[in-house]
Design a protein around this ligand. Sequence first.
Ligand code: ADP
Ligand code: MG
Length: 683
Amino acid sequence: MPGSVTLKSPINALKGVGTKRAEQFHKLGVDTVYSLLRYYPRRYINYTEYLPIAQTVIGENNVVRARVYQKSPESRIRKGLSLYKVFVTDDETEMVITIFNSKYMYEALKLGQEYVFYGKVTGNLFKREMNAPSFVPYTEQMKMMPIYSLTEGLSNKMIASAVETGFRLTDDAVFDPIPADITENYGLCHLNFALHNIHFPENQNALETARKRLVFEELLTLQLGMLLLKKRNREESGVSIKEYDWSGFEALLPFSLTGAQKRVIADCVEDFHCTVPMNRLVQGDVGSGKTMVAAALGYLMAKNGYQTAVMAPTEILSEQHYRTFCRTFENTGIRVCLLTGSLTKSVKEKETAKIAAGEYDVIIGTHALIQDSVQFDRLGLVVTDEQHRFGVAQRSKLAAKGENPHLLVMSATPIPRTLGLIIYGDLDISVIDELPAGRQKIDTMAITGKKRERALHFIRGQLDRGLQGYIVCPLIAEEGESELKSVTGYAAALEKGPLRGCRIEILHGKMKAKEKDAVMERFKQGKTQLLVSTTVIEVGVDVPNAVIMMIENAERYGLSQLHQLRGRVGRGSEKSYCILISDNTGEDNRKRLKTLCETSDGFRIAEEDLKLRGPGDFFGARQHGLPDLKIADMAADMEILKQTQQLAKRILEKDVGLRLPENKGLRRLVSLLFAHGDGQFFH
Ligand code: ADP
Ligand code: MG
């Protein structure tokens, strides 16, 4: 009985979707009929825009309108592979369609009938071919066909037809979560129209209307969620600081703090005077000494009897911070501990008990710190390092562990101001715009592969002097036809050739945390001379004896990312070098790499990146810990982003917790977008 299927029904309530297929849908994040309708196509094939066969571009996907004039019988190539050829023409040029193993498709194509085909055109000027194309019979009312992201076993057609069934059974039941006055004011269409036309657009116009509405909804949800998260941190802090004098801290260091470090510390100490907790972002270029800012504040917290939690994105970084803090606080009585995922259960239990009992003052760790089992005694300050790897939601979860502790976010990604305001909303921002004295400029050069041998020779010379280096490759292992360099292949070649006898190790993201740590540890101790790595070494790693950073396929990375990588060297007293290798001699790429050779100012580089590549690079959702967006593109949809930012503020001014009945739908959207599997958004 069709009436029994509702939007809430599990996906297998649809005819044609069994248990197995339902599992495949689950892989796409689709579990109910509603979430199926919310599974938007990735793109569309516009069947109205077909080309004459003679004008198709060989090697690319094309849309062609043609008539079947001949069909050759099945030919069996070998066991399990049969092949069908169908000959089509648009009355000027002929084309051969090849179908593999599908008698059904073959029979669907009828002699004398006209179809629209979509697929990659191969062959040559005189003989064009299309293998296994998608096709529909040609009619006067041609439309656009949705193309979905697929998963193994689930074809585009299956998804499209499930969506169609879903619409048929639940039509008109779609409730619009956006209050009517908003849809009216912003000229948005109803959700029902939007969903229909995002899947099966009537025409280009309808598609745009639908897309605008869904983007608006998604960005509004994002902004509401962010604001709500931040509002929580604006409640009164239970932390009471009595002692503001941190001047004893500097005496613990082997160097004096830079003016910028002192200024930023002072900004934070100023925040401690207020009743609302600090909510501050410290932006400082790589190597500007952000860790010391955190340490100074940890020192002050300990003096006031409060604990500080320092959260780093990786085990490597946590351990590095742990050592730095231990060294700095050696004779102060400040007790430091490390809590990471790789501790044994019994050690972890012992440590968490001690944290809860207040026997540690500074607690350093990875994600393990935000697990429910970790309770603090008197949490005064939470520091997240390189925050872009942490989700906004995770951050707030940690903050919820104390009585609204102060929050410091440290980021090495210089972000142009305009974008920073959007990404960080109402975080206060301090900038460390000065490097510690005595840093030498890193000599940076951009070369092509022709000079690789010479560069390696130079590297060998540096290694022979007892110095260390990094080489970064984009891939972990060789991939078929790819011309990109791979970590494993590269390291092996170096060992056999130019760097024979050197102690080389590899590092990449697929290795277990333990292995990675061991590799990093040997590198830090100088046991390894050269690390061939993917970009996992990008974040925060500090080995002052490393003086070489060579980056293969430099064209693959954004300027800001290259700048980050470069920041791994130039941390000690020896002269450091950064070598960018790229065989892409295009004007744009050359210009980009030249910028990097000329300047070491992260903010200037970020501005340049923004100009050359647009804001996309800064908005990588993952990078900033923003929730995954399904349809909005923060770079392209900047206008809507601004609109929704304003609107979200206004909505929350009137309805602080999204509790009014008319905002029920919005509330639901927010909890869906921010759920992330770590529990309820609204408590
Ligand atoms: P980042 O800002 O990239 O996190 P770190 O905190 O890792 O930088 O500091 C980079 C290096 O600079 C460390 O070895 C640290 O000990 C050193 N350092 C930090 N502050 C100073 C300073 N004021 N003078 C000299 N060296 C410093
Ligand atoms: Mg750092």
